[in-house]
Write a protein of this length. Sequence first.
Lengths: 357, 276
Amino acid sequence: MEKEAIIRFERVTKEYDGLVVLDDVSFEIERGKFYTLLGPSGCGKTTILRLIAGFTEPTKGTIYFHGKPVNHVPANKRQVNTVFQDYALFPHLNVFENVAFGLRVKKKKRLEIEEKVKQALRFVNLEGYENRSIQEMSGGQRQRVAIARAIVNEPEVLLLDEPLSALDLKLRTEMQYELRELQRRLGITFIFVTHDQEEALAMSDQIFVLNKGKIQQSGTPKEIYDEPVNRFVADFIGESNILRGTMIEDYLVEFAGKRFTCVDKGFRPNEPVDVVIRPEDLEITTRDQGKLQVRVDSQLFRGVHYELCCYDEDGNEWLVHSTKKAEVGEEIGLYFDPEDIHVMRISEDDGEGSDEK
Amino acid sequence: MSCASARMMVRDPMKNSVRNVYLFPYVIWIGLFVVAPILLILYYSFFDIDGNWTLANYKTFFTPIYLKMAASSVWYAFLITFFSLLVAYPTAYWLTKTKHKQLWLLLMILPTWVNLLLKVYAFLGIFGTYGLANAILETIGIGTKQILFTDFSFVFVSVYIFIPFMILPIFNSLEELNPSLIDAARDLGASAWTTFRRVVFPLTLDGVKAGCQAVFIPSLSLFMITRLIAGNRVITLGTAIEQHFLVTQNWGMGSTIAVFLIIAMAIVVIATGNRK
Ligand SMILES: Nc1ncnc2c1ncn2[C@@H]1O[C@H](COP(=O)(O)OP(=O)(O)OP(=O)(O)O)[C@@H](O)[C@H]1O
Ligand SMILES: [Mg+2]
């Protein structure tokens, strides 16, 4: 019961007019977790949601709900509800009727409808707005109506397609908390789509990082952030210093013309690799104490930290987030622990999207 | 600052008067060709055939002959509107889904550029005893039928003539419909039919209303088609007005009928109105 998969994609491929949009994707969705599909524009996030919701069918492969294939089951027969990117609220109905739509379609009793709609509106803090028309609601309120309209049907899975992208930063952060809280209270599975990596890291139990119709990596936010499997993920999730190196042997990697001990193993001897060090893992010290010697090229104050852009003797760029200040033009040393080095296999479709830093 | 606002105040009334100048041709047009004729019709409706002031025309209108005529006008206009809608809605829906929308739309609008009389004469040929329709009936073994001068041919030709005016507004409202609303309805458990009934149709109702107006109102006062296609078997208010003005020269009675037609049109506009 603990690890029951509600939805399973088995080698699902989706093509539009011969153009491959999803390429042989497999994954499982478990009950009661908060999932995020993260990736750049056009990578196929919405397509995955549309496949789950049943608005479109896979070209190849099978989608299972509770172990049963559902490729040809139409949207209105699926225990799934969607919060659309543009909310898609019915403009001819008021807030109450929008939320009641699903229940009315299912021919529920009048009293039950009234009670459930009230309850759903209370859930999203919109009590007393029943008789408002949609045109009279603000962006944030509309979004909550859209959520209420979906959850009132008590779906097993709630799909949310970039529901926060239209909101300003403050409201957005507020809604992130509210959504996460809502998911905990309802205990249902959320599949949330975003192209904002901070949002994904803040909200999810599990993240799927997508690029060009393929899942690049799936894991907890911490796994994704700390151990990106390839250059794309490292680059997409947060700012990184990524450079080419060579894995000399287990626990020994060479980059920037030097050899460093690290915690990675399992590579071929002398295998070419990508090496990632996060800017916040680099510590400023004196030239002699540093493992790397760099010259400060520019410095920006970012509020919480200084953002330094430095170059080493080989011309590699090093981004450093430091609470300590440095002088532009100064020669400094950079210190890091062996755990701060992440070694990644070079992915097949490398060289695209992210150039050498 | 104060200087600027002072200039604004000077300029504002001037802008208004400029706008009024632009409005002038339109006001003259409306006055000469809309308001004046209506007033004239109203005026004439109070005179009998010899030019004496009377209310008799109105009394005559409420006799069974004219009431029946009025009823049949409304009935035929209703039929024409109904069948236009029945054909136009699916057509408009299909149009929004096709690849070459503009081309198809053009093809559907094209007939409206052809003179009405020409189209009606064309149907005289097609529906005539030796016309295409009967030739087809003959070859498939049904045999020659009287098609011309029937209710069927009257409604058919009228629908043919009016249908572009029904398709266009419905097509426009369907085009404006956000497709994710349909996904949303399906997502919430609605079948295709329920989605149409609860979402698509209500949201395209404005287009349907506009189309019904554009078809129903002119259908009320048809006379050319009744004469040529229905062979005067169908007598509507339009035919009656024509008869009174051109044949019996009873302008008073003709005007009275016209007054009721105008009232009927006003009612239709108000009933299908209140658009946002
Ligand atoms: N109905 C369609 N017909 C043809 N191509 C489509 C269709 N829907 C999506 N695509 C294509 O599929 C690709 C993936 O689209 P998708 O909407 O899944 O991207 P996305 O990850 O949601 O992007 P965004 O972040 O911009 O919303 C895009 O290249 C898009 O052009
Ligand atoms: Mg999308």
